[in-house]
Unconditional design. Structure first.
Ligand code: IMP
Length: 194
């Protein structure tokens, strides 16, 4: 079975491919010749992921899954949430996003937050949804050089290091994305036992 992962990121795709039974072959957007700007006009992570998966499934006639991730901060009523990539503007500047986040949080006591990943799978006319969450705390200043995005200011519950200080192995075991991906893999593996 060929299945499109709605991403241009070969690294992300390979990571999921290694977790799947070998009769499922993942194709990137580039591999199917899809260079469309798919508008992320949804109000939630789930809506955006659905828009992407449905666009590919309908336009290119492949089963497809898509993901969308956000950081939800409780004291900011769930911001930046669906706007995580462009919190400080359309230029998607990670440093500016972090600066804005720390500014908005100021000296608020409640610094609890969570990363959420939603994966939507458009398969045989049905949409399946898989969610992964990791809870943690936003610290006052950046620590660590690994990871990407908001990793330097996010300490997952049960750890005293930020995602940018933890090894990729640890992050990739406990992360929102890993948890959502595990659920997808479990679902697909049950459909395609090896
Ligand atoms: P995407 O849906 O994977 O493109 O993620 C949207 C935005 O959320 C990214 O641009 C990052 O700012 C943030 N983000 C997603 N995943 C992570 C992560 O694992 N660590 C830190 N930030 C992340």
């Amino acid at each position: 079975m060929q299945l499109v992962f709605a991403t241009h990121n070969a690294h992300k795709l390979n990571e999921v491919q290694t977790m799947l039974p070998k009769q499922i072959r993942l194709l990137s957007l580039d591999a199917i010749g899809c260079h469309d700007e798919i508008p992320e006009t949804g109000n939630t992570l789930e809506e955006n992921a659905k828009i992407k998966a449905l666009h590919v499934a309908k336009t290119y006639s492949y089963p497809c899954f898509a993901d969308d991730t956000g950081l939800l901060v409780n004291a900011l009523n769930g911001a930046p949430g669906v706007f995580s990539a462009r919190y400080a503007g359309n230029h998607k500047d990670t440093e500016a996003n972090i600066r804005k986040l720390l500014f908005e949080l100021g000296s608020k006591k409640d610094r609890s937050a969570r990363f959420e990943t939603v994966i939507t799978l458009a398969l045989q006319g049905e949409m399946h949804v898989f969610k992964g969450v990791v809870s943690g705390t936003i610290i006052q200043e950046k620590r660590g050089t690994g990871g990407f995005g908001y990793d330097p200011v996010f300490v997952p519950d049960g750890y005293d290091k930020t995602f940018a200080e933890l090894s990729p192995q640890v992050k990739n075991t406990i992360s929102h994305r890993a948890r959502a991906t595990e659920k997808l893999v479990h679902f697909l593996s049950a459909l395609n036992p090896s």
